[in-house]
Design a protein around this ligand. Structure first.
Ligand code: SAH
Length: 215
């Protein structure tokens, strides 16, 4: 597992692409500059790792496109030491970006194969989320709540109530919402008080579906 000057050069180019596409949060751009995305992909994709594209990561899942990762991360308004819950650990790339931004990351994955491989990979790369969990992200992580922000990295048919309940007042939930097979609308929910949420519907994205546990 190597990270070379060539990879760093490709990451700098990717950051320029993200800036051109409208990403302005310096903490996000610095994290993209730092995290070796090629090490989160099967080596056969290594040459393409710094293109702004999604790729398969096994178990029928994908690593999100860098623009999508950056866009969602920017919407979270992560501050150092924020407690952030991620639903859909997948390859761990988004987890690594949040960690590089100084967040205390909690992440849930429902595919055992991906949960296992990513749990091994992250510490090897020096990435230490607070907690990786195997289970159904629809339920969130009530034992670790409340969170400063929550990011869902799969397309959900609706906004799960437990996730809203696990958000601090002032906290932000970023979740792509839409029917399966159609593009999703990025939703940003900001918790105003115990009972009220402000909702923003942003651009269209394409995600793999957030699946309910059938166990
Ligand atoms: N953040 C990931 C994106 C992976 S794709 C990355 O950067 O690579 C979405 C992930 O959500 C997949 O790994 C999928 O298995 C997972 N997922 C789908 N439904 C889920 C659920 N109900 N709970 C937790 N994870 C789920």
């Amino acid at each position: 597992m190597k990270d070379t000057a060539k990879h760093q050069g490709l990451r700098n180019q990717l950051v320029t692409v993200l800036e051109q596409k409208g990403i302005t949060d310096k903490a996000v751009l610095d994290a993209v500059k730092k995290v070796p995305r090629h090490l989160f992909l099967n080596s056969s994709f290594e040459d393409y790792a710094y293109q702004d594209k999604a790729f398969p990561i096994g178990a029928g899942q994908t690593i999100s496109q860098p623009y999508t990762v950056a866009y969602q991360s920017q919407l979270l308004e992560v501050k150092k030491d924020h407690k952030v819950l991620e639903i859909g650990t997948g390859s761990g790339y988004q987890t690594a970006i949040l960690f590089a931004m100084g967040a205390k990351v909690y992440s849930v994955e429902r595919q055992s194969e991906l949960f296992k491989s990513t749990s091994i990979l992250l510490p090897k790369l020096g990435i230490r989320p607070k907690h990786l969990s195997f289970g159904d992200g629809y339920k969130g992580l009530p034992n670790y709540a409340p969170f400063d922000s929550i990011i869902v990295t799969a397309g959900a048919p609706m906004i799960p109530k437990p996730l809203m309940a696990q958000l601090k007042v002032g906290g932000r939930l970023v979740i792509p919402v839409g029917e399966e097979g159609k593009p999703q609308i990025m939703n940003l929910l900001i918790r105003k008080n115990e009972t009220q949420f402000e909702k923003h519907e942003l651009g269209e994205f394409r995600f793999v579906p957030l699946l309910e546990n059938k166990n």
